[in-house]
Design a binder for this molecule. Structure first.
Ligand SMILES: [Zn+2]
Length: 252
């Protein structure tokens, strides 16, 4: 049996702050980008509410302060004793004349811990470019979610949880995220927990069905569920009753 070379694929993950963005170095290429740099658009919601696609990650850098980045553990290391340690890299091998060529896939999430989250995937022959691509993609996929307190056991009218239960499906993965009373914490699978945290949700219950070993599907299902908080139409009187906030908390 061929012994696998020990790689440095295991990395400490954890939320990290994005480095300070310098608008001076940015030359926008799209109309929205130009308006953002010129100061004509100062609120990310203006773009998100218009339904237009964000084509430049710098737009998010400029309009969303306190952006944080995290990586989801979508891979598994192979090694002695069955390996199995989770890593942020999913590797695939391509067989060529020169030998096996690995390709790395990373999945990044970005958010401001206050109502916004994006998820993105990056593939490359090396680890760093894969990470960068993933972050870039995550910024382009940023969405505004609705938070609130939809728990009948709580009723505090603060946006610490979700206003109602949402369900997301991707491939064979199926997740339902439900409101929970204050102090419950994030009762969800580890990668979904990271996503909820970076989006600014503090208390939920969740339930998964189907295949949950393929974590890429599960994380995308989780993203879709959160997306549904934004798409769901809410009756006017329920907005006050559940303390619903779309995006940032109003006070800020
Ligand atoms: Zn509550």
């Amino acid at each position: 049996m061929k012994k696998r070379k020990k790689g440095s694929r295991d990395e400490i993950t954890g939320i990290s702050k994005e480095k300070e963005f310098d608008p001076g170095t940015w030359q926008p290429k799209t109309e929205i980008g130009m308006k953002v740099k010129a100061g004509e658009i100062t609120d990310l919601d203006t773009i998100l509410d218009s339904g237009k696609r964000i084509m430049e990650p710098q737009i998010v850098d400029m309009l969303l302060k306190g952006l944080q980045v995290d990586f989801l553990e979508i891979g598994q290391s192979k090694g002695k004793f069955g390996g199995g340690k989770r890593t942020i890299w999913r590797t695939t091998q391509k067989k060529t004349k020169e030998g096996n060529k690995p390709k790395f896939t990373a999945m990044a999430i970005v958010g401001n811990k206050d109502g916004y989250i994006g998820i993105g995937m990056g593939k490359a022959k090396e680890t760093m470019p894969a990470k960068e691509k993933a972050i870039r993609q995550a910024k382009l996929n940023i969405i505004k979610i609705k938070r609130g307190c939809g728990s009948w056991a709580c009723n505090c009218r603060e946006p610490h949880s979700l206003p109602f239960a949402v369900r997301g499906k991707n491939g064979s993965s199926d997740i339902t995220i439900m409101p929970a009373p204050k102090g419950t914490g994030l009762c969800a699978e580890s990668e979904c927990r990271k996503m909820l945290a970076i989006a600014g949700v503090k208390d939920v219950y969740s339930q998964t069905k189907g295949q949950t070993v393929t974590r890429v599907n599960l994380t995308l299902a989780c993203y879709k569920a959160l997306q549904h908080t934004a798409q769901m139409k809410v009756k006017h009187d329920y907005i006050a009753k559940a303390g619903i906030v779309a995006g940032r908390k109003a006070a800020q």
